[in-house]
Design a protein around this ligand. Structure first.
Ligand code: URA
Ligand code: SF4
Length: 202
């Protein structure tokens, strides 16, 4: 008989990660920012790393980028309660510098476990670090954003990072377009029986 390993519950995993010292970022953190949201979400959003506000409050995307993200979710017909939000790194890099490859390597087994447990229909990757990690690609977000991809059994939809678009009008337009596309993708395969589908016997 093959042993089937059940995914850890999110609570069990969060408790483990809360004391993690697998990379040096533990020394500078106020607390681990594990992730937040609906454990049965259809959509999982993956950002980069906690910033100052996230480190203080223990929740992803609560600062300026988070406020903008909430608006963008609205364009796709989503609220924060509908989604699960996590980051590539669970601890804040000093001065919000880019994640280092060794930090990503140390921390991402946690993200993988979160993804397995939540098992979303679709993963939205925000920005380069998240997109490159999930899609195992070197292609940048400027080329990939707004184009649905697959990573194993997961649909992936790459979008610019909201922090990169806050002060850049041209990116804002692209962001809003991509979130409209996201809304359409979700409506397309929400599995609900619509009168149209019924008529077509689907
Ligand atoms: N930027 C991120 O990538 N994640 C956060 O949680 C906040 C800002
Ligand atoms: Fe552990 Fe990740 Fe924090 Fe590094 S960033 S200490 S691997 S939880």
């Amino acid at each position: 008989m093959t042993a089937v390993k059940n995914p850890l519950s999110l609570e069990e995993l969060a408790a483990t990660v809360s004391t993690c010292k697998r990379c040096p970022l533990w020394e500078g953190r106020t607390q681990v920012v594990f992730g937040v949201g609906n454990p049965h979400a259809r959509v999982m959003i993956v950002g980069e790393a906690p910033g100052k506000n996230e480190d203080l409050q223990g929740e992803p995307f609560v600062g300026a980028a988070g406020k903008y993200l909430n608006e963008l979710l609205g364009i796709a017909g989503l609220t924060r309660e509908d989604v699960y939000i996590a980051n590539i790194l669970k601890c804040r890099p000093p001065g919000n510098r880019d994640p280092l490859p060794e930090e990503i390597e140390a921390c991402t087994p946690y993200l993988r476990e979160q993804t397995r447990t939540i098992s979303p229909d679709l993963i939205v990757t925000l920005g380069n670090f998240s997109t490159k990690f999930i899609l195992k690609t070197e292609v940048g977000i400027t080329r990939l954003h707004g184009i649905p991809q697959m990573a194993g059994r997961f649909k992936v939809f790459p979008i610019f990072h909201p922090a990169a678009a806050i002060y850049d009008r041209s990116k804002q337009e692209a962001m809003e377009k991509d979130f409209r596309t996201l809304g359409a993708l979700l409506a397309q395969d929400d599995g609900q029986v619509t009168p149209e589908k019924e008529k077509e016997g689907l």
